[in-house]
Write a protein that binds this ligand. Sequence first.
Ligand code: TRP
Length: 442
Amino acid sequence: MGGRERFGSRAAVIMAMAGSAIGLGNIWRFPFIVGQNGGAAFILVYILCCFLLSLPILFSESVIGRRTSRNTVGAMEALAPGTSWKWLGLLTVISPIIILSYYSVVGGWSVEYLYKSLTIQFHPDNVEAVTGMFGLFTASGFKVIACLLLFLGITAGIVFAGVKKGIERFSKITIPVLFVLIVVIAVYSMTLPGAGEGLKYLVHPDFSKLTPDAFAAALGQSFFSLSLGVGTMLTYSSYVRKDENLVASGAGTAVSDLLFAILAGFAIMPAVFASGIAPSAGPGLVFETLPYIFAKMGTGGVVISAVVAILFFITILVAALTSSISMMEVGVAYLSEERGLSRAAATAGIFLFALVVGIMCALKGSVFDFLDKLCSNFLLTLGALLFSLFVGWKMEKEDVKDELTNGGTLHTNAKLFPIIYFLIKYVAPVSIAVIFISGLLG
Ligand code: TRP
């Protein structure tokens, strides 16, 4: 594949991958899943999941992607020609496009909420109205679709600009900014009166709340958060240079993603407790609870609460964009490399498809919920399981080692390799299968 683009540096690889990883999953999903599963004890399980199960999957996708320098379908054809593994390639082209469709609906909500915060609608005089805003907004089909269109349009613009000029440049600028913003918000949130309860909730483990469901939730959340199981990281890895260290960039990505999720918890939970709202408020936490909190905080100073609200919704919007571009890139790489479309045509095609499915999700909550469940509870886990089986059992061990150690030249990686390989071959597939099957059974 001559002339294929490559990320420019280690920093660029980590920023792009962390950009994909850090998103609505960290800010919108993580806090309420922690809330529903008992706080700090869940965070511990989550951290174990990240390093023992998710990181090996990330390495598996990286090995396949960089070894072949191709899109998900091309990669399977290159490594296992003429076998049914090509279905894994196809599955992982389709699922990120489905995720893109409903993810962009939430991306669109954040466009609207940035607008609402810029026009200071979360005002102390408005506290009562603020709670009802989300329902009113999502009931107005036209507005929701306009925001969806805008969000998908920006995504398509960045993807169309290319791997280096679009994805790499956007992620390199925005990811450091996101970290600064979330730290600022977390510090502010922890100084609110009553925030101590929220802090305690995050750092005090309550093991009695760790039901088997909590393990499945931790696994699902950590795959979703690291963008695993649907070929996103495979595709990004196919743009990684041959002399880059896959173990170091993968670990850097996982640590950044985890750190951001925990910071988001520290930004959101103290504020939630300070306002006396139940921490398991569900998906509405970010779009209903927080605006209410911003409005109430306004009584202590309208300017500061308005500024925090604006920074918060900028963070959400930008984090969502660095993720949505990674989902779109999977399909664009496939259509342009395997189907001979130009980058412009491929981008336009996926944009239109995601727009149509996104509109259905925006208008019908049941479609949204169905696709989210289908992807985050099923397709992601299935894809992750198959990727680990592929690398652990189908590929030659020597080839996997060659890829993770750059032909034996990376000595630390060579020392770590037996552990990593054991995790990929046995620990990850067995644990994922157990959690997956027990989830299917009930
Ligand atoms: N990881 C992103 C988040 O946390 C979302 C995301 C991007 C994703 N690409 C993905 C999720 C692929 C699943 C699969 O918001």
